[in-house]
Design a protein around this ligand. Structure first.
Ligand code: ATP
Ligand code: MG
Length: 284
């Protein structure tokens, strides 16, 4: 099993190396990077390229580790027991009927190897990663209600993404292979844009990329625009048929780019950008 990139996803050499290292080590791949740099998409694309079904677990602030294993639905069981007639009362006797399997259980018991995405692990509380240490390491857990040990038939290929909102515990980090997706350089970005807009005019792309990196490199921005924002913006430029001249800063006019709302996401950043444009104009 080796990942070589895919048609829809531009993977740099070091990213491919990281994916294959995680496969070889049989450890989860922990992927960090700015929002919109393709962390979630990586898991989807690797799963597709390696022909593995992908199970996804999207983490929220309220998610508990146990939910990924299983939950015991005591309420349904109580209700069924009161309605005694369901299946002549047979269903209620077997506790198995009330165990709701979580993503990890499904991944462990699947008949074929699968890929498992634990998306945005940093959104959960601090105990969450610690609660999953054994499951991730040994690939097994115990179900107390049915008194069975659930063990992985095939070790799933695990992807874990994080936006760095919280530090992850050392014991957890030890068990992962780590990769930081660096923000794509101009060359890589061109390839990414090409995947999404194969027919984009070259001049428009060059001008838009220049504006994009100018905006991104503004010192003091609160939220730097990322890959997905550039793609949104390009989509708008094409849809609205914005002329090339509106982007190129000819000598006489430097202006705020059209539809800047796709790139800058708060008023301080827009103000900062406008000020800079204003100063540039005065200096001419
Ligand atoms: N390397 C890439 N190749 C192709 N498309 C990419 C790449 N990186 C990002 N994209 C585009 O950017 C979009 C956002 O990617 P994705 O949702 O995977 O980001 P993310 O890192 O998971 O962001 P977040 O942290 O906000 O969840 C994708 O839908 C895709 O269109
Ligand atoms: Mg994501």
């Amino acid at each position: 099993m080796k990942f070589q990139g895919s048609q829809n996803y531009v993977a740099t050499q070091d990213l491919m190396l990281a994916v294959n290292a995680a496969i070889t080590l049989k450890r989860p791949l922990l992927v960090k990077g700015e929002p919109g740099t393709g962390k979630t998409m990586l898991a989807e694309e690797v799963a597709q390229a390696l022909d593995l079904p992908l199970l996804q677990w999207h983490i929220k602030s309220t998610t508990k580790a146990q939910q990924g294993l299983y939950e015991y639905d005591a309420v349904s069981r109580l209700r069924d027991s009161q309605l005694a007639d369901v299946d002549g009362g047979e269903r209620v006797k077997d506790i198995q009927n009330y165990i709701v399997k979580g993503v990890l259980w499904q991944a462990f018991t699947a008949d074929q190897p699968v890929a498992l995405l634990i998306d945005e692990i940093d959104k959960a509380d601090i105990e969450f990663p610690n609660d999953l240490l054994r499951e991730i390491d040994r690939m097994e857990f115990y179900c107390y209600e049915t008194r069975e040990l659930v063990r992985a038939k095939h070790r799933p290929l695990v992807f874990i993404t994080s936006n760095n909102e919280k530090e992850l515990p050392d014991a957890f980090l030890r068990r992962c292979f780590f990769h930081y997706i660096r923000f794509p350089d101009a060359e890589t970005m061109k390839q990414i844009v090409d995947v999404h807009f194969p027919n984009l005019k070259k001049e428009l792309l060059t001008a838009a990329m220049k504006t994009f990196y100018d905006v991104r490199n503004l010192p003091g921005l609160k939220k730097k625009p990322s890959t997905s924002e550039l793609l949104d913006w390009l989509k708008l430029l094409v849809a609205e048929d914005i002329p090339l001249e509106a982007l190129q800063s000819a000598d006489t006019k430097v202006s705020v780019p059209p539809l800047v709302g796709a790139l800058l996401k708060n008023e301080q950043d827009v103000t900062l950008f406008e000020k800079l444009v204003f100063m540039n104009q005065r200096n001419r």
